[in-house]
Design a binder for this molecule. Structure first.
Ligand code: PGA
Ligand code: ZN
Length: 413
């Protein structure tokens, strides 16, 4: 018997920054019911699907999501009632009818998509990751974990956004996690020894001191990972679109302004001077001319990931593959708005021989959906932020639970 949608409910909740986001409950014809919470970014790409907000300045400074809630409970619920649950994403895309989900809101659509997937897993009596995998070879992901934060996530102390530890050579996920927790503490001690006062953590749980330069974060992190002798490498999220203007990259704390060639030279130098093996958004989101040059130059040595560059959009990823513009894609469900399109991007990356990193947003919730998605993708990498703040730990701890319950392969791709 085909399971269909019986009913949908939605409500406004708060994310890890105290901003409204949406939660959705999906109930199927056999009574299975589940909820999902939708994340929200701060350093967003211009090509992302539209996150619908109320724009009512009297409530949450315009950031309320009551319109998205009413779309789920009104038009979407009415149209989807009786729809086969397995076909919900296609129905949502058709119902919205716009290329960027701007009519009903990508936040509304994603909530329905994820809650329905979870209800289906429940109905089948299997873990969410197993339901999502749908034949893909599931595996535990290697985490890239934020240690120092900059840019939009840390009051613009420095320009680069994330300095991450990437535990590439461990036998298990739990051993890798333990090593990174140690590195997080070590990084704090090293920063304090240089006279920095740390009073809390940034949006994703990393340290956000007012460092002198981006390179200083790299110096400290390199020292913090050193005791692991090559078992822990460094990843960067440059998030360069956010300091790019009029064709130039403005590195204020470095006292220099670079063109694309200058940025490529800088990243080249830093991958030689420091153990950096992964660079996200090293160039700006529409710099299609220079991404292939970056990839030709560093692609053999480093994972070059497009986040704002691809915005989890199958069309942009297809173009990126055709133009050899990168060799990896960051996957954020809410950049595109449905699970079906998210898996389309994952499968595109796999068939092109690219890597994919399943990623959270800087505004997160206690929902651990992403942990299951990362396992189901079979791509072997996850990016959730740091190891403080429970909206991050919901994912890390869910992975520990799955590690305990199932024997899944663990290995850096
Ligand atoms: P965001 O940033 O969630 O604030 O957009 C995360 C990232 O750039 O990877
Ligand atoms: Zn990014």
């Amino acid at each position: 018997m085909t399971l269909t949608i019986h009913s949908l409910a939605a409500w406004e909740i708060l994310d890890s920054r105290g901003r409204p986001t949406i939660a959705v409950q999906s109930t199927l014809s056999d009574g299975s019911t589940a909820t999902a919470q939708v994340p929200s970014g701060a350093s967003t790409g211009v090509h992302e699907a539209l996150e619908l907000r109320d724009a009512d300045p009297q409530r949450y400074r315009g950031k309320g999501v009551r319109k998205a809630v009413s779309h789920v409970e009104g038009e979407i619920a009415a149209a989807l009632q009786g729809c086969p649950a397995e076909a919900v994403d296609e129905a949502l895309i058709a119902l919205d009818g716009t290329p960027n989900k701007s009519r009903l809101g990508a936040n509304a659509l994603l909530g329905v998509s994820c809650a329905t997937a979870r209800a289906l897993a429940q109905s089948r009596g299997i873990p969410l990751w197993q339901h999502l995998a749908a034949g893909r070879a599931a595996r535990m992901p290697v985490p890239m974990i934020n240690i120092f934060s900059g840019g939009h996530h840390a009051g613009h102390n420095i320009e680069f956004q994330d300095f991450l530890a990437l535990p590439v050579r461990f036998d298990t996920y739990s051993e890798a996690l333990a090593a990174v927790v140690d590195i997080h503490t070590k990084a704090r001690e090293l920063a304090e020894a240089r006279g920095y006062h740390l009073t809390g953590v940034a949006d994703e749980g990393g340290w956000g001191p007012a460092l002198k330069s981006n390179e200083e974060a790299l110096e400290i992190l390199t020292r913090a990972v050193e005791p692991y002798g090559g078992r822990v490498a460094i990843a960067l999220d440059v998030a360069s679109s956010h300091f790019y203007q009029d064709g130039l990259y403005h590195l204020k704390t470095e006292g220099r302004t670079l063109n694309a060639g200058g940025m490529i030279d800088l990243l080249d130098q830093w991958t030689r001077r420091y153990p950096v093996i992964s660079i996200e958004d090293g160039l700006a989101e529409d710099d299609w001319n220079h991404w292939p040059l970056l990839t030709a130059r560093l692609g053999e040595r480093a994972q070059l990931i497009g986040d704002d560059f691809f915005t989890t959009n199958p069309q942009r990823v297809r173009r990126g593959i055709a133009e050899k513009a990168a060799n990896a894609v960051l996957v954020k469900m809410n950049q595109i708005g449905t699970l079906a399109e998210t898996f389309e991007v994952i499968d595109l990356a796999r068939s092109a021989g690219w890597r994919a990193v399943i990623s959270a947003r800087s505004g997160e919730t206690e929902d651990s959906f992403l942990a299951d998605l990362a396992i189901a993708s079979g791509m072997g990498q996850i990016k959730v932020g740091s190891i403080t703040r429970s909206e991050r730990l919901a994912k890390y701890n869910r992975l520990l639970e799955i590690e305990k319950q199932h024997q899944l392969e663990y290995r850096f791709p």
